[in-house]
Design a protein. Structure first.
Length: 386
């Protein structure tokens, strides 16, 4: 079924939060090829170039298959498709591939860097640093970080208690070690039914320590992806007045509980504690969150797969902005921020919406209200796959 508001969206807007971006689009082949070039630029730290490919990719869910006959008339009118990108599109229409993509796919540097960045905590910068040390494979990284596949002991309780007092380097190093040791589990994607089961288990545990909470599973799951790489859950409280007080500090308390119950085995990062962001100057949010490793209880007959679980805690007043922010996609969220700033004079991120000139805060009561406040047509989550 087509969400009702789809006809109000335009495919020629400069902002992807004004366009419909379905999970699968008619130009998937083209997008896949451009995505490799984007990834290569990202890995090399070429931010601006990366972004122009990301933007070209996000306008390519053009409603029809891109062909010779609509190329000149319609495609050239889409934003972000300049001369160079258009010639790549033309090449793709003619030959079914893009020469530059073929070169990237056979580059051993590209292969090494993209393997490295599959490890949570390793970004392009670190990946290049490791490559320059002569490391080439994930096995090389295991030796370098001294981790054994499948095994990762961690003083999880100590990690929880140390939240907010650790250096960034310590956090990153720990994330890398956990992600590397458990990489064979983390590379297995999570089907929707298991995502739902994880949410049920998490929420019934939460009910034991704090009654009246609510949650929405966000991330790729909410955008309709059949398989997810991790599970992202935004948690809040049903009571508008007393909820904020109940949510504050809940993250740490709850993760401690999940750990005691054997459900959270590792903690990569707990944040939002001593990181003051009252002026809302960073574009990342100031919500309490826990990036963890979770394992569903089993009956002992089979080993359960370790899963990455992100828990985000939001007061009722910022629940819907958190849901919109964490539903993504990353591009969609980027353009929401940009649109809010450029077109409305608002500041938007997962932890709130405020008006720039007087810092007035807004507390939307529904997801639709978030879009209305920003003057946007509501975009169904399954159309936010920009
Ligand atoms: P998967 O690979 O299946 O997990 O896809 P995903 O889209 O769910 O990716 P991910 O779990 O990395 O992130 C979910 C969304 O949350 C993304 O669209 C990001 O924009 C957003 N997000 C991720 N990390 C942060 C963060 O630290 N702060 C904020 N505000 N948003 C974040
Ligand atoms: Mn996710
Ligand atoms: Mn996540």
């Amino acid at each position: 079924p087509q969400p009702a508001d789809i006809s109000l969206l335009t495919h020629t807007s400069r902002y992807c939060c004004c366009r419909a971006s379905p999970l699968v689009c008619p130009n998937q082949g083209l997008i896949k090829q451009l995505d490799k070039i984007k990834e290569a630029r990202n890995l090399e730290g070429e931010e601006r170039s990366m972004l122009s490919y990301a933007r070209a990719i996000s306008v390519s869910p053009f409603p029809h298959v891109i062909t010779h006959s609509n190329l000149k008339r319609e495609i050239s009118k889409l934003p972000y498709l300049g001369e160079k990108l258009l010639s790549m599109v033309e090449e793709f229409i003619k030959t079914g591939q893009i020469n530059e993509t073929q070169g990237i796919l056979t580059s051993s540097r590209f292969q090494a860097l993209s393997a490295f960045t599959t490890i949570h905590g390793i970004g392009p910068h670190t990946a290049r640093k490791l490559y320059n040390l002569g490391l080439r494979t994930l096995e090389d990284l295991e030796r370098y970080y001294e981790v054994e596949p499948g095994r990762c002991g961690q003083e999880t309780l100590a990690v929880i208690e140390a939240a907010g007092r650790e250096s960034d380097e310590a956090i990153v190093e720990r994330s890398i070690k956990v992600a590397l040791a458990l990489r064979h589990d983390f590379s297995q994607t999570i089907p929707r039914a298991e995502v739902e089961e994880m949410n049920r288990v998490v929420m019934s545990e939460l009910e034991q320590i704090e009654q009246g909470c609510k949650s929405i599973v966000v991330g790729g799951y909410r955008r309709g992806k059949p398989q997810s790489n991790d599970v992202d859950i935004v948690i809040s409280h049903r009571n508008w007045e007393s909820g904020a007080g109940k949510i504050k500090g809940l993250c740490k308390r709850f993760v401690r509980r999940l750990h005691e119950r054997g459900l959270v085995t590792h903690v990569m990062h707990l944040s939002g504690f001593h990181e003051h962001n009252a002026l809302r100057t960073h574009h990342w949010d100031s919500l309490e969150k826990a990036l963890t490793v979770f394992v569903l209880p089993g009956d002992g007959s089979q080993r359960r797969v370790y899963r990455r679980l992100d828990l985000i805690f939001a007061a009722p007043q910022v629940f819907w902005t958190a849901v919109v922010g964490w539903t993504g996609s990353t591009m969609f969220q980027r353009d929401l921020r940009l649109y809010a700033k450029q077109q409305k004079g608002f500041k938007f991120d997962s932890s709130g919406i405020s008006r720039r000139h007087d810092s007035k805060l807004f507390f939307p009561k529904t997801e639709r209200e978030v879009f209305e406040l920003l003057g946007l047509v509501y975009v169904h989550p399954t159309l936010r796959n920009a």
